[in-house]
Design a protein around this ligand. Structure first.
Ligand code: COA
Length: 168
């Protein structure tokens, strides 16, 4: 049953204090082979907390979107764990993960968080946003204007990923 996201949520950027909740949400949403580790999130949060958008309901973390900024136009696997590749002046906003707590899925919370993240990238003057996803979610990201660029070079978690790009 899908409802529109109600207005009872708050979206904000992350701080290092959010590390435990972020790692926990990721482990709940992704299989172990695909989930980013707590150590990887720690490095990302130390380097680019402003590129983590978190949605809370009554203080509980429900959804998040994160990723670094780079001049490299294609999303590459080494970006996940090498936070040093973040370039604040870069042209492209990457999305590494979109997560919603399973108990809260299909209520529009990922959509609300994605809109906030995309709007921020637009406001910051990026060329656009790039992500990779499995085939079952191609239609979902297409609703936001992302175009499918075909199978990505990613071998992350040993599954097939498609690269999608939203150009502003
Ligand atoms: C994908 C995910 C972030 C969506 O979060 P959400 O808050 O439920 O998303 P929204 O409510 O904005 O949108 C729901 C829509 O997502 C799509 N969707 C979500 N899960 C899906 C699935 N397993 N298969 C197909 N479509 C799916 C559908 O279009 C759905 O709309 P519907 O309910 O009308 O069918 C969430 O399901 C999740 O965390 N999944 C596990 C992690 C993951 O795969 N993340 C994406 C990595 S690219």
């Amino acid at each position: 049953m899908k409802n529109n996201a109600s207005e009872n949520y708050v979206i904000r950027k992350a701080t290092i204090e959010d590390l435990d909740n972020i790692a926990q949400l990721e482990a709940t949403c992704f299989p172990a082979a695909e989930a980013a580790s707590k150590e990887s999130f720690k490095k990302r949060l130390e380097r680019y907390p402003d590129y983590f958008f978190l949605l809370f309901i009554s203080g509980k973390l429900i959804s998040m979107v994160n990723g670094l900024v780079t001049d490299t136009p294609d999303l590459q696997d080494e970006m996940y764990d090498d936070a040093g590749l973040h370039n604040p002046g870069g042209a492209w906003q990457m999305i590494f993960g979109v997560d919603t707590d399973p108990a809260y899925q299909r209520h529009g919370y990922a959509e609300a968080t994605l809109h906030a993240f995309i709007d921020n990238a637009k406001k910051e003057g990026r060329k656009g946003v790039v992500l990779t996803c499995k085939d079952k979610l191609l239609h979902y990201y297409a609703k936001f204007g992302f175009e499918n660029e075909g199978i990505s070079s990613s071998t992350h978690g040993d599954v097939t990923w498609y690269q999608m790009r939203l150009v502003f």
